[in-house]
Design a protein around this ligand. Sequence first.
Ligand code: DQA
Length: 146
Amino acid sequence: KIAVVHGPNLRLLGRREPHVYGSVTLEEIDDALLTLAGGLGAELEIFQSNHEGEILDFLEEVSQRVQGVLINPAGLTHTSVALRDGLLGIGLPVVEVHLSNPAARERFRRHSYVAPVAVGTVAGFGVNSYLFGLRGLAAHLTSSSE
Ligand code: DQA
C-alpha cells in the first residue's frame, strides 16, 4: 500500500502554466496511477492539499497503514524543512516526483529539501514522472521485503 501526495497548486493542472506542465489534469494523473497500481498489485491512498500542515498531518496518519510515499511536493520542495522532517520522521521510503524538470528552470528551484531524504527523484517527464516513480517505489519495496 502506497500513499500518493500532491502538494500545493497541483489541483490547477490543466490550466496552470500549460507551457510548463502540459494539459494533463490531476484527475488524469490519478487515473493513470490507479491503473498502473492495479497492474503492480499496489493499493494507493491519494491526497492533495494546498496546506503544508494538512500534508504533514496526512503523512503522520497514513504512515500507520502504507509502506511507502510517492510525493510531488510542488512548491514545498524548495522551501519546507518541516516537510523534509516529517518525511524523515515517518521513516518510510519516499520517492519524489516532478512533472517539469526543476533543475532546468529558475535558480530557486534547483534546491530540493526532499531529495536528500528520498530513495530517488523522477523529474521532467510529465505524467510519466509519476508512473516511473510509482514503478521505482514498488520495485524498491519488493526488493527490500525479500
Ligand atoms: C513541480 C515543480 C515545482 O518547482 C513547482 O513549484 C510545482 C510543480 C513539478 O511537478 O514540476 O508546483 O513540483
